[in-house]
Design a protein. Structure first.
Length: 1011
């Protein structure tokens, strides 16, 4: 069992990622009762900035640790957190920050790693906030001693203290503490323990904790090699498993598989040192070096260690981590494989329990953050082992086990009438000292027996029979006092954690029951009763208003079906308005306007004849004026917008100028389809319910009266960054080498990677696209569990038609943000492109009938149109209400979405006609029939422009970056635009582009569509 050294917390903020926040105090208290240590970390922060902040800090815990408690000070009292779904926790936190709430704090696991992130709001100027983080960790016991290594989670400048308590069964046993420094050198604490009955305590002062990373705690108290412990209904069976002797084998051929993903760029030195030590002690005849990031690279073969190490030193770290490569990269001719990776899978198909591996893999991670559960599963499945190699003092023990048979627990055999929920429930390696623990629940108050089977390499070894004495009582014990129960819960969570996507519900239930964090749950603290009621979170019972919450919740029970019906009624009204627009005879309106303009022109000519001289040039200029309006945040009236409602960005001509304008395009239109008077009864049950609401909507049947097709070309304006580093890359003889050189200074800049990736992806050479994809996917390695980075990369992958990878990332976003309808829509659109129409339809139906925050109002109408686009390809697919079924074919449709929350981007379409209008949020309905959807001002979009029958001419499209209230490290806002011609017709064509908007109040031309 390896003990991991942890790094210091990283502190970040909503206003600026690297704004310093002072950690003023840190206290660590460890309470040890074999076989478990309970560690409480109390951290106090002071905000010395001039404004209120939302802050976070990230800290890794030892791999064997389980986060069991989190608390935040509320009015000077530490309040314990309650478990909540991870995705809901983040949504609640952001909502409270957005609404300047009373106070909120969450802690959550980062991806599937051993790192955790806690977020706190508000941090007022010159005030202090206190959080408390508690975790448990098993103590490693051998025949002669026990030890545990605990990280210190403080930042520089904080006052630090630590206290270690050991509760002894035998008070005569010794207790010692060593201070472990960053270079892994250690020094013993000289303080004598304070003895209080069976408890010994060592208090460590601030003076000697300077530049100390962790405490190594040792005692000569230990556990029996073979013992059964029963507490309440839970048991632990500890056993010592002896390894048989095996003959040493001769020289072997070894494969080195090396993860070259970007997150591992700082690991080469430590990896190389460890690999060299391993190979010096192993007898190897030949070496195969294989590397991978998002894709595997060609393998190389070497005859000696020096040439192998030379090649390893030249490795370039670039791209995301795709662990799916492990199955295919293995060389069957090798005797075993040494793998270096942190297991942070960021792109590609998830590893499956059914995956098989043809060569034993000995997987090593020298990183402080790793997905140990998944790596352990992969290694065990292959016949090898996983080792946490982040602590150099354990390297000798690790080296001795590589290329050696591994001792495994296989299975446990027991009577189901006597025991249940026994874990581990799959093959796992026994620890390096040969100790193994089995956990489970006792069903009957009788004696029982469990038979454990083990394997050493390919060799079976004698079974171990565990006898349970007669159990006098299995009464329930408070989980806080039941160490065996806590260890059982941890082991069950470990058994599920390798594949959280498969066991999500079980993990949530376990987390809620035991109030522990997991990959898909978080812990949250709120400050007021109103907050708990608003977000429907049951408060901790220690709060004075806990009973009041129960009473008010019972009073506020909503009729869910009634609420659902009301929503569908409201959406139907919005849909009826859109259908009314679709059925409007704009050709007649345009013809009437043309006739009126022509009459005014003729009248003007007659007036000119009566004049003896021309008007002065100044008088003529007075007739032509620039119409500049302040930005108006209101919905345009239905029907055609008046001229005064044109966009503030547009140059608007007064009526007198219209008289003088020559026609810029041919406005002759085909006759519109006749309006249908057929009314459909709008049956509106939510999915799975046959209850109906009756609403009348005038909707023509699908497929009828389709407008004629239009001939159009889409000319996309290729976006290019104007940053100085791009000039260096474009002018370089070796752009990739220049990128690597520039990367040293810009290693954490998302904007840099986006710009450079875009450059390579738009080059025509065959090697440019793979390079561009590697550079693009580096964004996924910058920050785990960042939905904004996932969206940025997914949008660009969508543009590159890398739909499977985009699908993977949008699925991740949906799992993280199910509270946002855009998460469903983004994934649905990619599913449609992959021809997974059933899944696409299901996702869009959810956008329509689910309840969303008011800032997303009317996204349902866009989803209905896009759902009908899916149904156009397969009419048998379900729709949540038949009143929404309508084939809305269009000459032109443009949709725009973006990646940042609390951000306003506007879609502008300049309709180059003699009527001179521009479609935008302030002119939603144009004279020729153009329609712009609702203005989304707080993030994501979508905004769309639609034109059923397009007059001939050029349509110029622009994205206007109006405002951004979310300042972050991600380098502006990435916008995805899709342009359709002949939308929802057999000859439909489309183009997709992404652009990056950096400066607000900036309008960027993106496309011209010529009809």
């Amino acid at each position: 069992m390896s003990i991991k050294q942890c790094e210091r917390p990283r502190i970040t903020f909503s206003d600026n990622v690297y704004t310093p926040l002072e950690m003023s105090s840190y206290k660590m208290k460890a309470q040890i009762t074999l076989p478990l240590a309970r560690v409480t970390n109390t951290l106090e922060f002071t905000n010395t900035n001039q404004k209120t902040l939302a802050g976070e800090f990230i800290f890794p815990l030892p791999e064997e640790a389980t986060l069991v408690g989190y608390a935040l000070d509320v009015d000077g009292v530490l309040i314990d957190a309650v478990p909540i779904e991870k995705e809901k926790a983040k949504a609640v936190f952001e909502d409270e920050v957005r609404s300047h709430g009373a106070g909120v704090s969450i802690v959550q696991q980062v991806a599937n790693s051993n790192a955790f992130k806690t977020s706190i709001y508000p941090l007022h100027h010159n005030t202090k906030r206190t959080v408390q983080v508690t975790y448990t960790i098993p103590v490693t016991s051998t025949t002669n001693s026990s030890e545990v290594q605990l990280p210190l989670l403080y930042a520089q400048g904080a006052s630090v203290s630590a206290q270690v308590e050991w509760n002894y069964a035998d008070p005569q046993k010794d207790l010692s503490v060593e201070l472990v420094k960053p270079d892994n050198q250690s020094a013993a604490v000289q303080s004598e323990p304070i003895i209080d009955g069976s408890k010994k305590t060592i208090v460590i002062s601030e003076e000697i904790l300077t530049n100390v990373n962790s405490l190594l705690i040792r005692s000569n108290e230990t556990q029996q090699d073979n013992q059964v412990t029963v507490e309440g209904e839970y048991f632990c069976a500890r056993m010592k498993v002896e390894k048989p002797q095996v003959e040493k084998e001769g020289p072997s051929k070894v494969q080195i598989v090396y993860d070259t993903s970007y997150s591992r760029r700082d690991q080469l030195a430590s990896d190389s040192d460890l690999l060299k030590k391993i190979l010096e002690k192993k007898s190897c005849s030949e070496f195969v070096l294989s590397t991978f990031s998002i894709t595997p690279q060609a393998s190389q073969t070497f005859a000696n260690v020096s040439s192998l190490m030379s090649a390893l030193s030249k490795i370039i770290f670039d791209g995301a981590t795709n662990l799916d490569n492990l199955e295919s990269i293995l060389d069957d001719s090798c005797d075993y494989c040494i793998v270096f990776t942190d297991g942070q899978h960021t792109l590609g198909r998830d590893v499956s329990p059914s995956d098989t591996y043809s060569v034993p893999m000995y997987i090593l991670s020298t990183s402080t953050k790793s997905n140990s559960q998944l790596l352990s599963h992969i290694a065990t499945k292959s016949g090898g082992a996983y080792f946490n190699a982040s602590t150099p003092r354990h390297h000798d023990a690790i080296i001795s086990q590589i290329a050696q048979p591994i001792l495994y627990f296989l299975t446990a055999d027991y009577e189901q009438e006597e025991f249940e929920q026994v874990y581990p429930n799959e093959p796992v390696p026994v620890d390096k000292n040969g100790y193994f623990c089995l956990y489970g629940k006792v069903k009957n108050i009788t004696s029982g027996q469990i038979t454990c089977m083990f394997k050493y390499g390919s060799q079976s070894i004698p079974i171990i029979q565990v006898d349970f004495p007669k159990i006098e009582s299995n009464k329930k014990i408070d989980p806080k006092d039941n160490i065996t129960a806590q260890l059982w819960a941890k082991q069950k969570m470990n058994s599920l954690s390798a594949f959280p996507q498969l066991f999500s519900d079980e993990m949530k239930q376990l987390s809620f029951e035991w109030k522990i964090s997991s990959p898909n749950t978080s812990l949250i603290v709120l400050s007021t009763l109103e907050q708990y009621l608003k977000h429907k979170i049951k408060p901790n019972q220690q709060l004075s208003f806990a009973k009041e919450y129960d009473r008010k919740v019972n009073q506020q029970q909503l009729d869910v079906q009634k609420e659902q019906d009301q929503k569908i009624e409201r959406v139907l009204e919005m849909w009826k308005s859109r259908v009314q627009w679709y059925q409007t005879d704009f050709a007649q309106k345009i013809q009437q306007e043309k006739e009126r303009i022509q009459k005014e022109k003729e009248k003007a000519k007659e007036e000119e004849k009566r004049k003896k001289s021309r008007q002065s040039s100044s008088s003529q200029q007075d007739d032509i004026m620039t119409c500049s309006m302040p930005r108006m945040r209101m919905a345009a009236p239905s029907g055609c917008a008046p001229m005064a409602m044109r966009s503030s960005m547009a140059m608007c001509a007064p009526r007198s100028e219209s008289l003088l304008m020559e026609s810029a395009c041919d406005l002759s239109l085909p006759p519109p389809p006749p309006s249908s008077s057929q009314a459909l009864s709008a049956s509106v049950p939510p999915p799975g319910n046959n209850a109906a609401l009756s609403t009348s909507a005038s909707v023509p049947p699908p497929g009828n009266n389709a407008a004629p097709s239009t001939s159009a070309t889409i000319k996309v304006n290729q976006w290019t960054s104007q940053e100085p580093y791009m000039d260096k890359i474009k002018n370089s003889q070796d752009p990739y080498r220049t990128y690597l050189e520039l990367r040293r200074e810009l290693s954490n800049s998302p904007a840099f990677f986006l710009d450079v990736a875009d450059y390579f992806l738009t080059q025509s050479t065959p090697s440019s696209s793979p390079i561009g994809l590697n550079i693009l996917t580096n964004l996924l390695e910058l920050e785990l569990d960042s939905e904004q980075l996932y969206r940025i990369v997914a949008y660009r992958l969508d543009q590159e038609r890398q739909f499977e990878w985009a699908d993977y990332l949008f699925t991740k976003v949906l799992s993280m943000r199910p509270d946002e309808p855009q998460s469903y829509r983004d994934l649905a659109l990619v599913k449609e492109k992959m021809n997974q129409l059933e899944q696409a339809a299901d996702l869009l139906n959810q956008v329509i009938y689910k309840k969303w925050d008011s800032r997303f109002d009317e996204i349902e109408v866009t989803a209905i149109i896009e759902l009908n686009h899916v149904l156009f390809k397969n009419k048998s697919l379900p729709i949540c209400n038949e009143g929404f079924r309508q084939q809305m074919d269009l000459d032109l449709r443009i949709s725009m979405a973006w990646d940042t929350n609390d951000t306003d981007v506007d879609l502008h379409v300049e309709e180059v006609t003699e009527l001179g209008q521009q479609a935008s949020f302030s002119n939603r309905n144009t004279m020729i029939g153009g329609h712009v959807s609702r203005d989304f001002r707080q993030g994501y979009g979508p905004e769309e422009y639609m034109l059923r029958v397009a007059p001939k001419g050029s349509y110029k499209v622009a994205a206007n970056y109006f405002s951004n209230h979310q300042q972050s490290l991600h380098g502006g806002t990435t916008v995805l635009l899709t342009f359709f011609t002949n939308y929802m017709r057999p000859n439909e064509k489309s183009e997709t582009i992404t652009v990056r908007l950096v400066t607000t109040a900036n309008r960027l031309p993106v496309c011209t569509i010529d009809v």
